[in-house]
Design a binder for this molecule. Structure first.
Ligand code: DOR
Ligand code: ZN
Length: 365
């Protein structure tokens, strides 16, 4: 159970000055990040420490160029990550396979044997490096059948790729037209709808059969779509699925704080070099790994219950994947600090979410 230290503070509010009890520090079980983009090479070496500092494990996304198609690819990628974090770190990267038209049941068996934890479905064309993904779902039914048989979870980027569907409706349309029939056709397949952004996704997951869950990012809890256009166009607030209107953000906050174990943390931290974000056609992705748990803490505190962070960030995901919860703890303290303007990213730099702004929680060293 989360442990916290409180003090009383005089604060200025609607009735004038009053005394409020404020949480100054909270200790929670070490969290996991169930959806993370680490990239590769120098970029990976530049960012992986941000996640390894705080998280026990992360589900590492396979959308490299070329993607992580096979068990051997996943093992080699994992070895590069482990080398980058060094022998002292206990961070345990969990690997995923990239589902492609050529993925066979044998690929699934080999992945299972190699300790790959899940398979990621990118509808072809839906997002960054998804061109090698799946255009026709029935083409991968044999692989999905094997996954169902062995209990290998399918992680889904849930957006319609029909260009005539409005970008703000793509998640809802995917849920209705693709996800609902899929979940019914493969009744024992563990499914995670990743980085959900709408009340429609919340409702679907809340009412779905067993073994259907969802991850929620910190940035979708903290921002609505106005953030993309605040005083001008804000490329660092552009991600996919794109931020939605306020009522959807509120539904995500309710889901994250519901205590329902179907909803757990996955940051979708997705670093891109500044040159690839600030251009006429910029990439999708928010870089949050530098302060992921601090950002979640801010969202949970804003919603009025910081104590619920632990279940969401440290327990429910591990339970879903049938893994032991992490043993250690981390402590977050109320401490105002300014987000740096940039972080290094190989031969480029990445602009972190909320660069130059102040955050109010900080993980203690
Ligand atoms: O914003 C995003 N960035 N969404 C994704 O689905 C992919 C990710 C990336 O890899 O950059
Ligand atoms: Zn992602």
């Amino acid at each position: 159970m989360a442990d916290s230290a409180r003090t009383r503070r005089i604060v200025w509010g609607a009735p004038g000055w009053y005394i409020r009890t404020v949480v100054e520090q909270i200790t929670i079980r070490r969290p996991d990040d169930w959806h993370l983009h680490l990239r590769d090479g120098d970029a990976m070496r530049a960012v992986v420490g941000h996640s390894a500092r705080v998280f026990g494990r992360a589900m590492v996304m396979p959308n490299l160029v070329p993607p992580v198609f096979t068990a051997e690819d996943a093992q080699a990628y994992r070895a590069r990550i482990v080398e980058a974090i060094g022998p002292e770190s206990t961070f345990d990267p969990k690997m995923t396979l990239y589902l492609a038209p050529q993925t066979t049941p044998d690929h699934i068996d080999a992945a299972m044997a190699a300790g790959v934890l899940a398979v990621k479905l990118y509808p072809a064309g839906a997002t960054t490096n998804s061109d090698a993904g799946v255009a026709r779902l029935d083409g991968v039914y044999p692989a999905l059948e094997r996954m169902e048989a062995v209990g290998m979870p399918l992680l889904i980027h849930g957006e319609s790729t029909d260009p005539s569907v409005d970008i703000f409706d793509r998640e809802r349309v995917f849920v209705e037209q693709t996800l609902a029939p899929l979940v019914e056709r493969f009744p024992a397949l563990p499914v995670v709808l990743e980085h959900i952004t709408t009340s429609d996704a919340v409702d679907f997951v809340s009412g779905a059969r067993a073994r259907v869950a969802a991850t929620i990012t910190a940035h979708h809890l903290l921002m609505n779509r106005n953030a993309i256009f605040e005083g001008g166009i804000r490329p660092h607030h552009y991600c996919l699925p794109v931020l939605k209107r306020e009522r959807h953000r509120e539904a995500l906050v309710r889901a994250a704080l519901s205590g329902d174990p179907r909803f757990f943390a996955g940051t979708d931290s997705a670093p891109h070099g500044v040159d690839r974000k600030e251009r006429a056609c910029g990439c999708a992705g928010c870089y949050t790994a530098f302060a992921a748990i601090e950002l979640y803490a801010q969202a949970f505190e804003d919603a009025g219950n910081l104590a619920l962070l632990e279940g969401f960030a440290s327990c429910f995901g591990a339970d879903f994947y049938g893994l032991a919860r992490n043993e250690g703890t981390i402590t977050l303290a109320r401490e105002s600090w300014e987000v740096p303007a940039t972080y290094p990213l190989g031969d480029s730099e990445v602009i972190p979410l909320f660069a130059g702004q102040r955050l109010r929680w900080r993980v203690q060293p």
